[in-house]
Design a protein around this ligand. Structure first.
Ligand code: 1CP
Length: 403
């Protein structure tokens, strides 16, 4: 894989306004996703997100207010979520369009969020493709037959558009409810994080089987990443065609790798994914936990927005990101930053919450003024913890909007 080419990696403001659904703005010939999917089709449900603060910040324009959303804003912190989920399995909920749309909208209504995040899970495309995976309450994704041999890799299916029809229908439901200044973010798990669940068979503290496979049998590792990448691309492009306004690629556990290993084992596939989504003209976000040392290398794979966990101050993160992006292509606009309140701060009382929110906004502003970030989207440094008081979350949204 070569590095991201200069021009296409720098979506201009115009390019970001273009939706594949608008007349004559579909992906350029030859730049279609690296899959056998048909050329992107206009979505009858595609809306124009006008004056959306999220989009302005992602493009490097001045937003009418500082945009804020939270990873895992939909979910167990909300009583209305626990209510609607009663008696319905997690994956069943992800494949039921009405539940998907309702759960996605719940935090947007309650907190006046600037973005909805699609209620789904990173294992949804694997499940849709027929992989034996379930989400076990209190544990997370569990894989019936872990992937550890060449035969296992060869047997991995690539998800098809038809298998994702319920997700497309759910997206339509959300788009019908959002205000024009609110956006819908679609997402996918990145191949490393998916590979970890597939190899380990479930959540893992140290990802030792995953790393052992990569270190002992690089050919098998690359075969697995090569097999997973088209499913990730298909999941994202199907969401883009259904009308999402942005996508986030979660490589949640990639911070367990050294930067050298990340570059060899992961970056080529991530780059391929961002290249495949770029023709859709929607902002891309990239995020992983514990990625302080990887921020520059991750940013160089091509996202428009870099998510930062809470361990690195945003102005420090911006320096790392900007330096890496400029070293690949000095003409490329530096990414915007997303982050990075420690989710545990939400348990520390209103004074601490205000102090940390204000500090983070100041660090982001410093980075933007210095020219090391094109904008700031406020978020947590990882997902909302299940026991968080939803009223505290609402007050964070209010505080950020006042800044
Ligand atoms: O029954 C339940 O409510 C189970 C809890 C739950 C929820 C609410 C899981 C199981 N997934 C989800 C939804 C989910 N997953 C969203 C919804 C939208 C939102 O953010 O509001 C998103 C974006 C995800 C993505 C996801 N799933 C990631 C990437 C983000 C991250 O947290 O780093 C990962 C790693 C997963 C795997 C997963 N799914 C569920 C759990 C408990 C886990 C983590 C398990 C582990 O520790 O490995």
């Amino acid at each position: 894989m070569t590095d991201t080419p200069a021009d296409p990696s720098t979506p201009t403001s115009d390019a970001l306004h273009q939706r594949p659904g608008a007349a004559g703005t579909g992906p350029a010939p030859g730049s279609a996703p690296a899959s056998d999917a048909p050329a992107p089709q206009p979505s009858p449900r595609r809306r124009a997100a006008h004056d959306a603060p999220f989009l302005a910040a992602a493009r490097g324009e001045r937003p009418s207010r500082r945009p804020v959303w939270m990873m895992r804003q939909a979910g167990r912190s909300l009583p209305e979520y626990r209510e609607i989920r009663r008696g319905t399995g997690m994956l069943e909920a992800c494949f039921t369009p009405e539940i998907l749309a309702e759960v996605t909208m719940q935090p947007v209504r309650r907190h006046d969020a600037d973005a909805a995040i699609l209620f789904s899970d990173i294992v949804v495309p694997l499940k849709a493709a027929g992989v034996d995976v379930d989400i076990v309450a209190g544990r997370g994704p569990v894989v019936g037959h872990p992937v550890r041999t060449a035969a296992d890799v060869a047997a991995l299916p690539t998800v098809t558009e038809d298998q994702l029809a319920p997700v497309v229908e759910g997206i339509g439901g959300v788009l019908g409810e959002l205000r024009p200044d609110q956006v819908l973010i679609g997402f996918a798990g990145a191949p490393f994080t998916l590979a970890s669940y597939l190899i380990e068979g479930g959540p893992s503290r140290n990802h030792e089987r995953t790393k052992a496979l990569a270190y002992s049998d690089p050919d098998l590792w690359h075969a697995l990443m090569t097999a997973l990448t088209p499913t990730v691309i298909r999941f994202l492009t199907v969401q883009a065609e259904a009308g999402v306004d942005a996508v986030q690629l979660f490589d949640s556990w990639v911070g367990h790798l050294s930067v050298r290993d990340y570059d060899r084992l992961v970056a080529p596939y991530t780059r391929r994914i961002f290249e495949a989504v770029r023709p859709y003209g929607i902002p891309t976000i990239h995020f992983g936990v514990g990625t302080g040392e990887l921020l520059g290398t991750m940013a160089a794979t091509g996202p428009d927005v870099m998510g930062v966990d809470w361990r690195v101050p945003l102005d420090t993160a911006a320096g790392r990101v900007a330096e890496a992006v400029r070293s690949v292509d000095p003409s490329r606009q530096v990414p915007a930053l997303q982050g990075n309140l420690d989710p545990a701060v939400l348990f520390a009382g209103d004074d601490a919450v205000r102090r940390h929110v204000d500090r983070i906004c100041a660090e982001a502003d410093h980075a933007v003024e210095r020219g090391d970030a094109r904008g700031h989207i406020f978020n947590l440094g990882h997902g909302v913890l299940p026991d968080t008081d939803p009223d505290v979350i609402t007050r964070v949204f209010e505080r950020v909007h006042a800044r």
